[in-house]
Design a protein around this ligand. Structure first.
Ligand SMILES: C[S@@+](CC[C@H](N)C(=O)[O-])C[C@H]1O[C@@H](n2cnc3c(N)ncnc32)[C@H](O)[C@@H]1O
Length: 253
């Protein structure tokens, strides 16, 4: 999985969606000043930055397995504790935070149920667990849906991201229940992102970020051109906007 890219590349590819999503996610999770929060799978810090604005640098810990993203988050947010680690083995004590949040991470965990259980372990009783993942359902509303729909129309080897846990309807709630967490909210969040030109949208797909970046990077020139042409046919030359929808689930510890 290509999360060993520079934070800047991530920002251009996915940060353009995850930055606005973070504002909505924090609101939906009910995070309030005075709380201490861990951002699990913080990446280069899209959600971490929103939490720091709301809670202060001392009240936020970010954790991510990617060394390049850890470096980017530390550079972006001086004074915030950013630790290299994974959801499945969170390097913080039991019941040490008021809330554990994971934005666009559960579907990349090696073991999502263990990761959610770990998030519960580090959260105080009565605290908040919340996660969101993109809607990867075929024909659904995720930011990658136009890309994978177009790729699959010209390349039968394009696997898409539907198989990732939590990304089809009801599956994130199922993972919470499998981790012995009863969802108190099981809903969606949608953010709108504007693109001035098709090229603005396409070019970050060539930066090697995540499964889609891995896929594009592995294509021969002819197939990559065919995928690009199918995307352009579907989206047009621009300007256009995409409404990107994430599944959102929260629970009380
Ligand atoms: C799509 S990015 C989301 C980053 C950030 N939360 C955001 O919203 O922009 C997925 C992140 O999950 C991290 N990740 C992958 N496997 C993980 C795991 N097992 N535990 C925690 N984070 C993980 C990746 O390194 C990457 O930073």
């Amino acid at each position: 999985m290509s999360f060993s890219v520079a934070g800047e590349a991530y920002g251009r590819f996915m940060g353009r969606f995850s930055e606005p999503l973070a504002l909505e996610f924090v609101e939906a999770a009910g995070i309030r000043p005075g709380q201490h929060v861990v951002d699990v799978g913080c990446g280069p810090g899209a959600l971490t930055a929103v939490l720091v604005d709301l809670l202060g640098a001392d009240a936020v810990v970010g954790i991510d397995p990617s060394p390049t993203f850890v470096d980017s988050a530390r550079e972006r947010l001086p004074g915030v504790t950013i630790v290299q680690g994974s959801a499945e083995f969170l390097p913080i004590p039991d019941q040490s935070v008021d809330a554990a949040l994971a934005q666009l991470v559960v579907h990349f965990m090696a073991d999502p149920v263990t990761g959610l259980r770990e998030m519960a372990r580090v959260t105080r009783p009565g605290g908040t667990l919340a996660a969101c993942v993109w809607d990867n359902n075929p024909g659904g509303g995720g930011p990658l849906t136009p890309f994978w729909d177009a790729a699959q129309s010209v390349d039968r080897a394009a696997t898409g991201e539907t198989h990732l846990p939590g990304t089809t309807p009801g599956d994130l709630g199922r993972l919470f229940r499998a981790a012995d967490l009863t969802p108190t909210q099981d809903t969606t969040i949608t953010v709108r992102v504007e693109f001035a030109t098709f090229e603005d949208w396409w070019e970050p797909y060539t930066l090697g970020v995540g499964p889609a970046g891995d896929y594009v990077g592995g294509l021969d020139d002819e197939t990559r051109d065919a995928v690009r042409a199918a995307c352009r046919q579907a989206l047009g030359p621009g300007p256009f906007h995409l409404d990107a929808t994430a599944w959102f689930v929260s629970a009380v510890r």
